[in-house]
Design a protein around this ligand. Sequence first.
Ligand code: FES
Length: 253
Amino acid sequence: MSGEVLGTITLRVQRYRPDADEAPHLVDYEVPWGQDTSVLDALTWVKDHLDPTLAFRWSCRMAICGSCGFVLNGTPRLGCEHFVRDYAPGPLVVEPLANLAVERDLVVDLEPFLASLERARPWLVPDPEDPPGEAGNRQTPEQMLAYHDYAMCIDCLLCYAACPQVALVPDFLGPAAITAAVRYDKDSRDHGSDGRLPALDREDGLWACTFVGACSTACPKGVDPAAAIQQAKAATAAAWAAEFLLPRRGGRP
Ligand code: FES
């Protein structure tokens, strides 16, 4: 810990090893803090000085990699982006992200989310009739802006921890995976919308969202997944209506 120590705080951390513990339980650690001590720094201090068995994820320490999501005093947040000084004198309760199975202590199982991402097909599908060639696909600034904000997602899963529907609807695709699909649907270079629709237009896809908006409140990057989901609902409903009102593809009446 660098800099002047301004005090100590009780970090009340959830510990849990599913293969050894009957249930999750909270353990208190007294941690010194200074002006620039992040919650991630404080957890690292616990691991270095008090208990090397404490498990948590981190990587970049700069709110980019999305690894260090925890629930801090009941709110999903990035540990590297929030500072102990804002929780002093404590106690500060640190729990794993809600709505995800715990692998150990503060480490959650990412496999269901990775499966959701795969279902959402968030990758660029080029026009099969007009592949980009060596020059690539150029975009205007306006075309880039259409999806720019949705591309800011860092897959931290704070939105999954905040979303009540993730807890209620089995296999709900969830805010980040849907937003990733919408990000590519809005990309002028992409022709993959039809391939994404089967995963989106389902009870456990778009239609599970009740627009509570907790996902957007929790997002540390201002991505606004709730807006993405509502836009996708409108686009899906419009396409559905067009099927009835317009002549079908292939010239059928
Ligand atoms: S360590 Fe990368 S987002 Fe916190």
